[in-house]
Design a protein around this ligand. Structure first.
Ligand SMILES: Cc1cc2nc3c(=O)[nH]c(=O)nc-3n(C[C@H](O)[C@H](O)[C@H](O)COP(=O)(O)OP(=O)(O)OC[C@H]3O[C@@H](n4cnc5c(N)ncnc54)[C@H](O)[C@@H]3O)c2cc1C
Length: 418
């Protein structure tokens, strides 16, 4: 393989408003809106990853939209906190996601162009695992089916280019150069800001208690009032099962942990010097993955080398989830660093909990709610949904307002579990 430099320098990419300033701008805009008019074309229940994008597409198309969020925008109590989310195209989970990813990449770019802000950061993504592991088999399948560039590396090439990793000799080593990360809090804020600028009304600290159909309208009751709409979009993340009880048995919420650690040597793990990575260890279920150290001023905290374990954590209720962090949470993550990235761990800086909402087949649900032709749901993102927020928002707007979408979402229908 020809040796290439996949990692762009931090200086080239560092063009973005500090996250604290963006947050202050959005808060000011949120306070200047009121909800005197209580009849809407469409209500978006939950303004997180998918809901903020849905509000954006609906407001852009000129619809009268109300977004209802139980907490602040953004917040740390759902699924979108934590500074960074991996984005990649050689989708090991299923090749059918690839066309949606093509559209997601385009839509992230459009939002960047519209706002002048960077959201997608190309770092390259390393994949390590045995040839027969689902990660390696699946990414090769998607890459070959859709001609996505994934480069194979020999052990020597990997050690020369990415000496931070100590990988067993019987593992495959691949890199997807066009992969990297997107920034969840910044994206949610920017979608919200652009939706507000296009006329959306968005209410924070307002929890939806129930919704029901009354004649041709839908009634939505919250902690602060009652609204009516023609169409309802439910993007409630881990709370989706509470808002759509018929889907609840197929939406298992799990407790997940992310850590930011101090490595033994700082510079070689910084953005610009270190890529995103995934490792499938046959001795553990799931996949370990991580990110370079990011500058806090631009991306928000915490500071440190971030990593996580993609597997099903403990089943939890989103309202009572255990947010206390334990030694075993820490050991589970530092295990991967000690084993595969020896200079990557000196001490743990911060750990945080987050939630997955898992379907039985770990594929999303993007569909009308069975039995309703004016209520749509985006749920069950099973720990891999954020990168799709830019296309899911568009799909939700299509389904709710046009009754159909051109995006190929047949495999994500809700009926497959009935
Ligand atoms: C640790 C971790 C790591 C991850 N890593 C990746 C990754 O690398 N790449 C990737 O693509 N994905 C990743 N994901 C998955 C991704 O973050 C999620 O799939 C995505 O954020 C889900 O979006 P959502 O809109 O469904 O949920 P959320 O973003 O949580 O939004 C749901 C919103 O609805 C609101 N809400 C719910 N009920 C109500 C109510 N009754 N009234 C008002 N508001 C309500 C909530 O408060 C919340 O703001 C990760 C997830 C976790 C937890």
């Amino acid at each position: 393989m020809k040796r290439r430099k996949f990692i762009q320098s931090g200086a080239v990419l560092a063009a973005a408003i500090p996250i604290g300033k963006l947050q202050a701008q959005v808060n000011e805009q949120l306070q200047s809106f009121s909800t005197h008019n209580k009849m809407y074309d469409v209500i978006v229940l939950g303004v997180g990853s998918m809901g903020s994008a849905a509000c954006y597409y609906l407001a852009k198309r000129g619809y009268k939209v109300l977004g209802l969020e139980q907490f602040d925008i953004p917040h740390e109590l759902g699924s979108h906190a934590g500074q960074s989310r991996i984005i990649r195209k050689a989708y090991f989970e299923h090749p059918d996601y690839v066309p949606l990813l093509e559209r997601a990449y385009q839509n992230w770019k459009s939002l960047e162009e519209e706002t002048g802000e960077k959201l997608y950061f190309k770092t390259g993504l390393l994949y390590f695992g045995k040839a027969d592991h689902a990660l390696i088999k699946g990414l090769r399948l998607s890459a070959s089916q859709y001609s996505i560039r994934v480069d194979e590396m020999t052990a020597q090439q990997q050690i020369r280019q990415f000496p931070q990793f100590n990988i067993p000799s019987d593992y495959e080593r691949l890199i997807e150069p066009d992969a990297g990360f997107v920034t969840p809090e910044r994206s949610v804020l920017l979608y919200t800001q652009q939706a507000l600028r296009s006329g959306a009304v968005i209410q924070t600290q307002e929890k939806t208690i129930e919704w029901r159909k009354t004649g041709s309208a839908i009634l939505v009751k919250t902690t602060k009032g009652v609204y009516q709409c023609k169409k309802l979009i439910i993007t409630a993340g881990p709370w989706a099962g509470k808002m759509v009880p018929d889907l609840a048995r197929n939406l298992k919420v799990t407790r997940q942990v992310i850590a930011w650690v101090k490595p033994k040597t700082w510079t070689k793990f910084e953005w610009g010097n270190f890529p995103c990575w995934t490792i499938a260890d046959p001795e553990k279920t799931g996949i370990f993955y991580g990110f370079p150290i990011l500058p806090v001023g631009q991306f928000g905290g915490p500071i440190g080398l971030k990593l996580a374990h993609h597997f099903h954590g403990t089943a939890s209720d989103p309202d009572t989830i255990n947010r206390n962090l334990t030694k075993s949470d820490e050991d589970n993550l530092t295990y991967a660093l000690n084993k595969f990235i020896p200079d990557g761990y000196e001490s743990t800086h911060v750990m945080k909990t987050c939630m997955y909402t898992n379907t039985p087949d770990e594929n999303f649900i993007l569909d009308f709610i069975p039995g309703y032709e004016d209520v749509v749901v985006a749920a069950g993102f099973s720990g891999h949904g954020f990168k799709f927020a830019s296309v899911v928002g568009e799909i939700m707007a299509d389904l709710a307002m046009n009754g159909h979408t051109q995006q190929p979402i047949g495999f994500l229908n809700a009926k497959r579990f009935s």
